[in-house]
Design a protein around this ligand. Structure first.
Ligand code: DI6
Ligand code: FE
Length: 420
């Protein structure tokens, strides 16, 4: 027979960390007001949220470490679901040209733009790419991100695309953050194939995709559907090959013109369709039907001086989940802060501060197919938390140019920005 005090012992919770006196924005789906819990407590065990709720209802338990948050706000750690942080060189001079009135498309036609970064990336070693990307990743973390998606797409040949993805994987291992990798070989036509883009698509499908799948270097496959990049037919080939290799897809869609990108993404049950400035209502409806997330990228909109906004009202009406990301890249969005992305999304696209925060947590998790284990503060999910010096979570969309981050926990552990 088990003595009664042993029973009590067994039902007692043991936690690695207990956070008390927290104002918790759980961001749970369907709850109003950021899913707020005042005077909350969060108990963490084995890197997971073991309990989240009002402190007065905390079940009995013992914690190795207990920390009062002194009424600071806690949100899910942020998730950047669309970046190109690995690249060689920089494009500051092009930015100056654009300020003089030369368009992004004109620069691309003249061999600059993406192709300028392709030349610099091909010339860079893996170590050089790693060393230049790590500070960008750390800046993202310094503004609250614990999960970051990183795309290839500046190699456009088998070796360099693989090198970029290997560097992205290494960034994840060495930073302690979660990095999700995406093969974006169909970003621009490789210069060697400028006379025969279909032959480049063939190379992607027959050589690059199988090589990347075999090495398990990509979590998803992306493409750029645009007149200066690839048409629907070419992208269908890439997506069909990705599907045959068991890789989910996503798409840069309708950024500079309506190329039917959103509907194309939806037809392949894409995780997300990104940009969407020129998406039609038919495209929005197709996304709703397919459950494809809309990823809004205000940094690129701002930098390109766009005037056509993504169809936010239509996305809302059709209950299409909206994520917000940095699109951090050297050409159109030199942005390394999701706080700033939220501030821009509210101003430029009219998202509410709550939609902005859902867009960098819950919906961004969904865009990466990670919503089962992160993106909200709910029991059983990963203990990825951001603690903020703000009076209210709406302030994350209010302030410009600062990071009010007070602390970041990744799988229940303090994330140190000084570690490499
Ligand atoms: N759309 C973008 O905004 C980035 N890529 C893309 O397909 C731009 C990439 C660059 O200009 O380097
Ligand atoms: Fe992009």
């Amino acid at each position: 027979m088990i003595p009664s005090n042993a029973c009590a012992e067994q039902s007692m919770n043991n936690w690695d960390l207990l956070l008390t006196d927290a104002r918790i924005a759980t961001m749970s789906r369907g709850l109003p007001d950021f899913g707020t819990i005042e005077r909350g407590a969060i108990a963490i065990r084995d890197g997971l949220l073991d309990w989240v709720g009002p402190g007065s209802e905390l079940p009995p338990g013992r914690a190795d470490v207990t920390r009062s948050l002194g009424d600071r706000w806690v949100t899910p750690a942020l998730i950047d679901c669309h970046t190109h942080v690995v690249f060689g060189g920089d494009r500051g001079a092009e930015y100056e040209q654009r300020l003089q009135g030369v368009s992004y498309e004109q620069i691309a036609m003249a061999g600059g733009g993406i192709l300028a970064t392709v030349r610099a990336t091909r010339a860079a070693s893996a170590d050089e790419l790693f060393e230049s990307a790590m500070p960008r990743l750390k800046t993202l973390a310094g503004h609250g991100a614990a999960t970051v998606e990183i795309k290839s797409g500046y190699g456009l040949d088998v070796d360099t695309e693989i090198r970029m993805l290997e560097v992205a994987r290494r960034l994840g291992r060495d930073s302690g953050l979660t990095v999700r990798t995406t093969l974006l070989a169909a970003h621009a036509v490789a210069p060697e194939f400028s006379d025969d883009p279909d032959a480049y698509v063939e190379l992607i499908c027959e050589k690059l995709l199988p090589a990347v799948a075999e090495r398990q270097l990509a979590d998803a496959v992306d493409a750029y559907c645009e007149s200066i990049a690839f048409d629907s037919k070419q992208i269908e080939r890439v997506f069909e090959r990705a599907r045959s290799l068991g890789l989910p897809v996503k798409l840069h869609a309708d950024q500079l013109s309506d190329g039917g990108g959103a509907a194309l993404a939806a037809a392949f049950s894409a995780l997300s369709a990104d940009h969407l400035e020129y998406t039609s209502s038919a495209g929005v409806e197709a996304m709703a039907e397919a459950g494809t997330v809309a990823v809004l990228l205000p940094g690129a909109f701002l930098t390109l001086n766009e005037t056509q906004r993504p169809p936010v009202a239509g996305l809302r009406e059709n209950s299409v989940p909206m994520a917000v990301a940095t699109d951090c890249n050297p050409g159109t969005s030199p942005l390394t802060s999701l706080c700033e992305a939220m501030a821009l999304a509210s101003r430029l696209f009219g998202l509410t501060p709550e939609e902005c925060l859902a867009g960098t947590t819950r919906e961004a998790a969904r865009a990466l197919d990670l919503d089962a284990d992160r993106g909200t503060l709910e029991i059983g999910k990963r203990a990825d938390l951001a603690v903020w010096n703000v009076g209210h979570p709406r302030d994350l969309s209010y302030w410009l140019g600062s990071s009010p981050l007070s602390g970041l926990l990744v799988a229940g552990r303090d994330f140190s920005l000084t570690g490499s």
